[in-house]
Design a protein around this ligand. Structure first.
Ligand SMILES: Nc1ncnc2c1ncn2[C@@H]1O[C@H](COP(=O)(O)OP(=O)(O)O)[C@@H](O)[C@H]1O
Ligand SMILES: C[C@@](O)(CCOP(=O)(O)OP(=O)(O)O)CC(=O)O
Length: 387
């Protein structure tokens, strides 16, 4: 029996560039934190595929059909489009890749444990991205086809866009590499069309215009703090709403994209020069940008808790902003390292915000380890060890 393989992928926080990063080629800064989703890939009992996650009270046994996975018990059908959508898509993408490489599907059990939820409630650390990266990595290792990070990111992106072409994939990049990351997204709608036309293997190795991943140096003189607003928020609702507004089709959108690019560039230069004051100014700029977007497009980004979170960070001499789509979930604050964070945490507690004890995960050893530019040169790495 093939030995079980376990992989854990970290959650993420967005430092700069949210909403703008939805546009292919627009920059964002994302970082990975030390809360994880863990996926074990192992040999199942009597079904071809078994998915077990702590989000469901029972495991779901499945068969492999001509068009993908189906549940053995029809009562489980609803889970395939809901809670299990990302896991199912990850399995189907790896199955398609193996089939295109002339390899048989591998009997598979995936067992998932999430630390990105509090009592079953997501806290906004990118659980869909982390579960996809962890599942793809555990599966490809288990099947004897270990891959370099850039191919794992691409497989995870393909799995993700089969569920929804909306999300940028910034969470996938942070979960794949860890540390502070500069991320630009590819055109997901175009990728999905290509995936349907050419299949996984060919799409995986094509050039993906717009996609960039680069490691950034962490700031040395600032501490990072994360506050949980206590309420979960639906990112897809906000992103879907935005694309239907008149704002989306107006000149205001291109002004927003230009301002966002400037904010991210200022933050990147501040990180590269290790200039804490410049980074704080850039993060305050990101807060103002999101606030203007909120007013213009009426997205409900700034809840009372998220506004309090930012105000408290600035009152303590730092900078704060929502992380991601807002409306709830988390926000971040950066404080000068010589500032006692207890004042911030007291202010947050008074506003009903929970300070989460999170640290940035270890970064890639060198920026050269991070490259999403893998094209056809990576083809040989697809050939599995056991083939
Ligand atoms: N522990 C888990 N097990 C299986 N799937 C998960 C798990 N955590 C998240 N997911 C997938 O991610 C989806 C949640 O995505 P989303 O609402 O975007 O949350 P987040 O903001 O944390 O990414 C779930 O519906 C499910 O498909
Ligand atoms: C709006 C965004 O640019 C940032 C959203 O970040 P969130 O952290 O809100 O997303 P979830 O991981 O689903 O919680 C959308 C995106 O980049 O996909």
């Amino acid at each position: 029996m093939t030995p079980a393989v376990t992989h854990r992928a970290p959650g993420k926080l967005l430092v700069a560039g949210e909403y703008a990063v939805l546009e292919p080629g627009q920059p964002s800064i994302v970082l990975a934190v030390d809360r994880f989703i863990t996926v074990e890939a192992s040999t199942p009992g009597d079904a071809q595929v078994v998915l077990a996650t702590d989000l469901l009270p029972h495991e779901v046994r499945m068969f492999r059909g001509r068009t993908g996975l189906g549940p053995l018990d029809r009562k489980d059908t609803r889970h395939l489009r809901g809670t299990l959508a990302h896991l199912v898509s990850a399995v189907e993408v790896v199955d398609q890749l193996r089939s295109q490489l002339g390899l048989a599907p591998v009997p598979l059990r995936l067992t998932v444990r999430s630390d990105l939820h509090e009592q079953g409630t997501k806290i906004g650390l990118g659980s869909s991205g982390a579960v996809t990266v962890a599942a793809v990595t555990a599966m490809t290792d288990f099947c004897g086809m270990p891959m370099p990070p850039e191919l794992r990111l691409r497989l995870a992106l393909l799995a993700s866009i089969r569920v929804d072409t909306g999300p940028s994939g910034a969470d996938l990049a942070a979960s794949t590499w860890g540390g502070w990351i500069l991320y630009r997204a590819p055109d997901r709608a175009r990728l999905l069309r290509r995936l349907r036309r050419d299949g996984v293997a060919e799409t995986l190795l094509a050039t993906w215009p717009g996609l960039t991943v680069r490691a950034l140096p962490p700031p040395n003189a600032l501490s990072l703090h994360t506050g949980w607003s206590g309420s979960p928020a639906s990112t897809s609702t906000r992103v879907g709403h935005l694309s239907r507004t008149t704002w989306w089709h107006s000149a205001a959108r291109s002004r927003f994209l230009t301002r966002s690019t400037n904010c991210v560039s200022t933050a990147v230069h501040a990180l590269e020069r290790d200039d804490p004051q410049a980074l704080l100014a850039a993060v305050r700029g990101c807060r103002r940008l999101l606030s203007d977007l909120d007013h213009e497009a009426e997205l409900g980004i700034f809840t009372a808790a998220l506004t309090d979170l930012c105000t408290a960070a600035e009152a303590c001499g730092g900078a704060g902003k929502p992380s991601g789509a807002g409306g709830g979930d988390c926000g971040i604050a950066l404080l000068p390292s010589n500032t006692d964070p207890r004042t911030l945490h007291r202010r947050w507690a008074a506003a009903g915000i929970t300070a989460l004890s999170l640290r940035v995960t270890e970064a890639p050893r060198s920026p050269d380890d991070v490259s999403a530019a893998a094209g056809p040169t990576a083809a040989h790495r697809l050939i599995p060890r056991t083939a």
